[in-house]
Every structure is written in structure tokens, then in C-alpha cells.
Design a protein around this ligand. Sequence first.
Ligand code: WTA
Length: 659
Amino acid sequence: MTDHNPALENLLTETRSFPPSAEFAAQANSTPELYEQAKADRLEFWADQARRFLTWDKPFSEVLDFSDAPKARWFGDGTLNATYNAVDRHVEAGNGDRVAILFEGEPGDTREITYADLQREVSQAANAIEALGVTTGDRVAIYLPMIPEAVIAMLACARIGATHSVVFGGFSAEALYSRIIDADAKLVITADGGYRRGKPSSLKPAVDEALTKGTTTVTNVLVVRRTGQDVAWTDGRDIWWHEALEAASAEHTPVPVEAEHPLFILYTSGTTGKPKGILHTTGGYLTQAAYTTYYTFDLKPESDVYWCTADVGWVTGHSYVTYGPLINGATQVIYEGTPDTPHKGRWWEIVAKHKVTILYTAPTAIRTCMKWGEDVPAEFDLSTLRVLGSVGEPINPEAWMWYRRVIGGDRTPVVDTWWQTETGAIMISPLPGVTAAKPGSAQTALPGIEVEIWDDAGKAVGPGGGGYLVINEPWPSMLRGIWGDEERFKETYWSRFPGTYFAGDGAKFDDDGDVWLLGRVDDVMNVSGHRLSTTEIESALVSHEWVAEAAVVGAKDDTTGQAVVAFVILRGEALEAAEAEGGDKVVGALRAHVAGEIGPIAKPRSILVVAELPKTRSGKIMRRLLRDVAENREVGDVTTLADSTVMDSISAGMAGGGD
Ligand code: WTA
């Protein structure tokens, strides 16, 4: 176990409190009774939500079967279709004209897609992918920019019962290849490219490269034309999305699947080099995605304009762009690009233009906007905003206060929502209209969710105590496993405290019993709200011929939360070259190599060439000491090092600006 984030430990004296206004409370979806109802009969509470938020083809009679723990079955004898719930039933209910997606392309192009449009396009896409031989139970890899087709592709898969595996468009060909192989995907859906920072950036070449890395089960590649750039074409394999859709019927009957049918796989970093394919199924996942969207954001589907800024490549984009809002029949904004293109007010311009009422984003984005200054958002009318959400990493109280004051006009509730790819949906969050919010704390488990904080010995701590966050009762949207690796599933989450879900996060209760998340306690880093594994980046570094050994740590960063800092030992020849040509060239090449192996998000902020790494006598790298160096702290206890002088030379190298 590595240590907690010490920077956060002294925040527990927070006394500011923001109770809901009377007006907000009077119209809120949430009520204090929700907690009482869930407490009275947790399973019946969830069964109620499953009936209320979803339309079932065959109603369920079982609620939870945990006899095969840790694998849960929720609503196991019911059947339903995710896409029918997200799209068709809203059209049937007479809301076909309601706008589902307000799309803003980065170059300024826009699209307004109603629920009726969505039904048509998703049906065509479902027919098109069925025509390519994809059927219920197959896997489809989706590698797209943040354009409506990303959501449409996911819904088309779910409509026929094919399991989607969305791979973030910023990942490399190598990362895409390993995910295609792990899931045995039959089809890849991609685009020629997307717009990023004012220019077209390409995607299809990475798919082409991935498919030449080895034999795969992929038979076709469906290509959305987004930028119009030239693309290489493999006849017989590659098909234009628009041509396939034009040729397809706009009528398609959604395929009802069992509640436990795999809806999607999403890969996330763990503590080893190999990403884990987190498996989510249909009925329980959709129940909690819809329930949390409705209550934590106080969503009123008829009148709100909701915007979650996450990319569908991450779990937040699955639960709070594709499924949660659409199941609720909401109107939402999707924006393709970065917040600073073509100017630093782009997000706020979009909020003003579409009169956005609910905004859900990450602390790293808020801190970036803080850096740009409050006069940027001040130029836009943000008065329609009424709920603000945060996710992905601990939000520091300064950023929380800034978010509420500058973006929320000192008026909006701010909900800091804790959850994970594995939990599928929000688990800990204030409820707007009910909870008196406390800057920097996620506060309370949602009604129906049971969390505790345990000490090393597995004993629950009370107010004022700290330790490991655990979830001690199954929840509907819990992961059902790691794709193809049942042992790893048990080992990673259920063995630290046998039979109880171990989240991998450190946490504390303050004296009021509110939860404060303190960051990961394992070798998972959190950079801009994206999970990265130290081991995965170390493996990428040592796969370069110049590198003999590498150690990676997450160092505190004012904007991105954490930043990747690497320490490498070079092989003889590379070291000579570095000495001859200057270290910058070597470091630049290694950073580019990591980007190629994993993706640009994994690129180390700095790489320090060292002669030795600090190791214990048993050969374990002491990352704690490297983190001290990377964060410019005095190096901690070195007595367990095999050679205690190693740290002196590393510290000297860092002080000399070793990168
Ligand atoms: C961290 C993202 C503090 C945490 C939804 C968790 C948070 C990991 C918060 C999951 C929050 C997420 N406060 N920490 N509100 N939200 N985290 O799988 O360490 O990409 O374990 O899911 O992000 O990241 P993931």
C-alpha cells in the first residue's frame, strides 16, 4: 500500500456549509424520506427504482441473488432492452419531438437530434451492423471522437444485444489492439478523424495499424465521415457509416435481453500493466444510472438542459452521457472539442447559448478555468445554471468554492460525486435540495448504498476516523466481473477484506460523519480525472530499447491533480548517446514512446535519468521516496533501503532540473 495524499489530510477542518435554499428544496426531486425508504427495505427500494425508471419486457420477480458472491444477479429473471428504454419509449410516449442531443462540433457546426431522429438513426445503425453479421452476444469496439455517432453506435449495439467496448479516441493503436484482442471484437466503429484544438486529428490510421499488429477477430470496420480527410481503405473490410445507414431500414425491433446480459465492457487501469475489462450488465446498471441522474442532478427532463462534459471513452460518458440522461428522456449538450478552442470562454459560450441548467465536469477542468481567470466566464450569461456536479478526483475546497461562486453565481448546489468505473454509477454524493453541502467532501452514501471506512484490521471506524473505503452491500450497477479473468476480479476487489468490496481509495470521516476521499491507496494514479497505472507506464518505458529500468509515480499537480513523473535507468549505449546529444533528446523520445504505447494522456510530465532506483533489500522499488523527490519534499525515512545513499544522488539530479 502506498500512502494517502497528504495534501488532503488537513482539509478536515472545513466548517463552511451551504444548506439548500427554500426555493430549491421545495422543487427538488430528492427528499429526506428517500434515505428512510431505502433504510426500511433496501432491496425493495431498489426494486421500486428498477420498476420506476425502466420499462421491462418481462417484469422481474427476483431482486438480488448474491449466492454466487462476489458475482451478483440483480432483477435476474426480468428482460428488457437498454435502447428501447433510452429512446423508443420516449417516442411512444409522445416526446419524439423533444431534443435529445444538442451537438456542438469544435469548428462550430451544430446538430439538433430529437428522440424521433435518434430512434431512426439508431435503428438504421442497428440494421447496418446486423447486416455485417454482428448479433446478440458479440462484442463491438467503438473508437470515435465525441460526436453524436458515438452515442448512436453504443445504442445500436445495445439495441441488438451486442456488447460494446468503447476505447477512448486518445488511446494509441497499441492500446486499441490489446482491447480488441481481449474482448474478441468482431466489428470496429471509428471515424476518419475528429476536431481537436482547431485542427482535424486522425483516428482511422490507428485502427488500420491496430489491425495489422496481429490476427484479430475483426471482420469489418465501419467508418464515420467526420473531417473528410483522406483515409486508407481496405476493400471488403472497411465500410462508410453513412452509406451503410442509408442502405438500412429505419425500422428495427429492439432485442429484449436478460437483466444480466453484458451491456458493455470498459477497460480501466489497475495496479498491474494489463488494463482490466470491467463488465457491466443491463438491468441493474441502467437502474442505478437512471436513478442517480434523476436525484443527484435534480434532473427535470421536460425543462432542463443537461451537460456532462465527459468523453464517452470513460465511464462518466457511459453513465452520464449515454444511459443516465437518455433513460430519463433529458435534453443534453454534447461538445466535441477542448474548452479553449477557439477561445477560453468556449464552454461558457455553450452554456449561455443553450441555456444549460445542469453542468457535470471534473475538478481538473475547474482548476484550469480558475487559472484562466474569472473574467472569462464573466463575459457570458450563466444564470440558467442551477446544479453543478464534480467527478473524477477529490475536489479541493478552493476549486469547489470557485465553481459555486463564479460559475454557479453563489446560488447553485454543488454535488461532489464519488464513484468508479467498477461501481458503474454514483455512490457517494450530497443530494441537492436535501444535503447542506460542504466544500471538498462527497459527504454521504446515496440512499440504497452502504459504505464504511475500515482500518487495516478490517474494523469499521467512526466519525473522525480514517482508513479504506469499502462498500459493504451489493448495489445494482456493481461490476459483474473482469472480462475473461474471474480470479483477478476476486483478487482485486474482494480479497483485501474477504467478502467486502475494496474500492482502492483512502477515506476519512470528519466529526459530522461526512466522507472525505483522500485518493488512491494503490499504484493507480489520477491525472486530470483519468486513471493511469504506474506499472502500465513503467512497462511502456522499459519496452523501449534504451531503458533498463523505470519507476513511475504520481506527483501532486495544481491543475491535473496528479502528474506522471518517471525515473529511468538507461542502458549503456543510450546513456552514452544521451551524454553526447544532451538528455533532452532521449527524454523527448521516451515521452513520445509512452504516448505511442498507451496514449498522449500517459506521457510523463518529467523524466529523470538516474543511475539507480531506491529499492528495499528485497528489491521492491520505494515509490514513496520518489514521490517525495517529485513533490519537492524532504525525502522520508530511508532506513529500509538497501543503499541509503541512492536518494541523495536522485534528489541532487532533480534539484539540477534533471528533465
Ligand atoms: C477517483 C470515474 C474523490 C477515485 C467516475 C476513484 C474521486 C477513481 C471522485 C475512479 C470524487 C472519482 N472524489 N475521488 N468525487 N470521483 N474519484 O474509474 O480515486 O475513472 O477510485 O471513475 O477516481 O476513477 P474512474
